[in-house]
Write a protein that binds this ligand. Sequence first.
Ligand code: G
Ligand code: G
Ligand code: G
Ligand code: MN
Ligand code: NA
Length: 252
Amino acid sequence: LSPEKELAIAIRRREFVVHYQPIIDLSNGRCVAAEALLRWRRPDGRWIRPDLFIPLAEDTGLISPLTDLLIERVIEDQAELLRADRGLHISINISARDLESGRFLPVLSDAVARSGIEPSQIWIEATEQGFIRAEIAASAIKAARAAGHMVAIDDFGTGYSSLSLLQGLPLDALKIDKSFVEAIATDAATSVVTPHIIDMAHGLKLRIIAEGVETREQEAYLRAAGVPLAQGWLYSRALPAAEFAAFRQGRN
Ligand code: G
Ligand code: G
Ligand code: G
Ligand code: MN
Ligand code: NA
């Protein structure tokens, strides 16, 4: 069986679960959101990491049904919690292919409407990788914002068209890639870039979410630089839905 066939079968059999990595408000330490991260759980119990199957899904057109499944699972897992607490948000990753086809948005809008949550409770992370046609991405982002979602650019700084791309896209937020967070307070060449990314985001009036925060020192730096939101192993790894609910309750 080819990897593509295996993935297609796995989607049909719904062998995917979602884990949730807490996102923390740096002003008060509260958990205000989580990033939804897909995991493929094989019938034999083996877990397959998203960096192995997402690129395959993107290359084969399987990303569209996989994103539909992601949306369904997130609503299934989180609708009750989201209805009970309008201050909670779930951030989902939408690939460039999804943005270009635009098909995820009616699926998402329908799921949101049926579940009785607010569209503003679902954030969208659009990765910079593979934004081949900026105009198409821009109109998809506009449509998602018009539907009430906050849209962030993900993995910022790891692509190659960063600055011109940013200026042309109607974004709400920027996620600082973990490589720039990792460089904070080290002598890595990258460390000189981090403050510029933060300044640029402020200049463009974008909200900032820092990824991959692992130390108190990184956290203190980000807070002092005016970064409002952060996620990373300092707070929590990505958790199964029930553990995320417990984490949040313990923290808020
Ligand atoms: O946390 P982790 O190793 O699980 O995630 C690796 C990468 O896989 C993430 O940075 C993200 O870009 C991608 N990813 C995880 N879940 C999804 C998803 O549901 N959809 C898409 N398109 N990408 C995802
Ligand atoms: O969407 P994205 O590709 O950014 O997904 C987040 C990725 O970052 C996941 O692969 C997750 O496992 C990873 N991650 C989450 N927190 C940390 C962290 O604190 N440090 C590092 N190195 N990786 C992290
Ligand atoms: O649990 P998750 O699927 O996000 O883990 C993705 C990878 O990151 C796994 O290889 C796991 O071992 C690793 N990982 C998860 N949490 C931590 C952590 O707190 N510290 C370190 N160093 N690695 C972690
Ligand atoms: Mn992401
Ligand atoms: Na990212």
